[in-house]
Design a protein around this ligand. Structure first.
Ligand SMILES: Nc1nc2c(ncn2[C@@H]2O[C@H](COP(=O)(O)OP(=O)(O)OP(=O)(O)O)[C@@H](O)[C@H]2O)c(=O)[nH]1
Length: 310
């Protein structure tokens, strides 16, 4: 007996009856206004509400975005996860939350490309729309880049997790912080040193959170590619989507020739970030998913170039 025959044998109640069966009831009398002008506007109540609020807004907003990239693919559409907010003073009850997504849709209709300049403009416009003196916007997205096998030159797609955070204050302007988490191979120096053969290795996640200088120009520098290079060029080896045997041999040998502790990674990456002119301050951390333990090895390092005391 097939599925069609089975379904035909059963007499179901109508859809309306089914909904009633499962608890749906008829609408009750409507007494409250339906026109916006006649509705209560609680958010805009003005009273002493006791405390100023540092930040109120919305988070976990998923939206398609376009991002620029200096690496292939140069034009890519990805999914951004946004949060938006601003402060409010104790004299106001609430913010107008519909205005965040209203502005997002406006930018989307204008072909929203998520770059630093556009994000700066976005925060300024948002503050105006909310009638506040400040606003903040953060967007996180997977950034894709082509990676070729070192010998075969066969290409595949890797990705790193990127975040742009822009804070706007009417009096002081914009603060921009970018974050990139890239994945690397690390081979344990201790294991290499003490063992007759081999050395254990692991997948390392390097997170670089960087405050950009005020004069940063994204037309000249792709910050994503620069941060990725800081992580990968200091690793035991890079991560590849496609490796034939000659590639695998090269990557394995390169890792053995460049052993790294988690401490080595954060210090070496810090040195590269220190040398990048567009970096004002940074925090770098590495988390190695250990292959000989269930736990991870972690290290973190912060540095502010404006504080020469470090
Ligand atoms: N302030 C505030 N709003 C909320 C909260 N929870 C939900 N809302 C939102 O309230 C929104 C509607 O409020 P507003 O954005 O002020 O709508 P409005 O007053 O018609 O919009 P404007 O004409 O722009 O002032 C909806 O988007 C809801 O998502 C909350 O905890 N606080």
């Amino acid at each position: 007996m097939n599925k069609t025959e089975l379904t035909q044998n059963k007499q179901l109640p109508s859809k309306e009856e089914r909904h009633k069966l499962f608890g749906s009831v008829k609408p009750g009398p409507r007494t409250k206004p339906v026109d916006k002008a006649d509705m209560a506007d609680l958010q805009n109540s003005k009273k002493d509400f006791l405390f100023d609020i540092d930040m109120v807004g919305i988070s976990n907003v998923k939206h398609p975005i376009r991002i620029p990239s200096s690496m292939t693919p140069e034009i890519q559409t990805t999914i951004g996860t946004f949060s938006f907010g601003s402060s409010i003073a104790k004299g106001s009850k609430g913010t107008n939350m519909s205005r965040f997504t209203e502005q997002l849709d406006k930018y989307h209709n204008e072909g929203f490309a998520v770059d630093i300049e556009t994000m700066k403009g976005f925060t300024e416009e948002l503050a105006g729309r909310l009638k506040q003196k400040n606003s903040e916007v953060e967007v996180s997205f997977p950034w894709f880049f082509e990676r070729k096998g070192p010998y075969s030159d066969l290409a595949g797609m890797n990705h790193a997790d990127a975040t742009i955070r822009v804070e706007y204050e009417e009096e002081t302007g914009h603060d921009v912080t970018v974050t990139l988490t890239g994945t690397i191979t690390t081979l344990c120096p201790c294991s290499k040193e003490i063992s007759e053969y081999s050395a254990h290795n692991q997948r390392g996640n390097v997170t670089m959170e960087v405050k950009l200088t005020d004069d940063f120009n994204e037309q000249e520098i792709d910050w994503k590619a620069a941060l990725l290079e800081a992580a990968e060029s200091n690793a035991s080896a890079r991560i590849h989507p496609v490796l034939k045997r000659p590639d695998e041999k090269m990557v394995t040998e390169q890792a053995y020739e460049n052993p790294r502790f988690v401490e080595d990674i954060v210090r070496l990456v810090a040195a590269d970030l220190y040398e990048y002119d567009f970096v004002e301050s940074f925090k770098v951390s590495c988390r190695n998913e250990e292959s000989i333990h269930l736990h991870d090895a972690v290290a973190t390092l912060s540095y502010d170039k404006k504080e020469e005391s470090n």
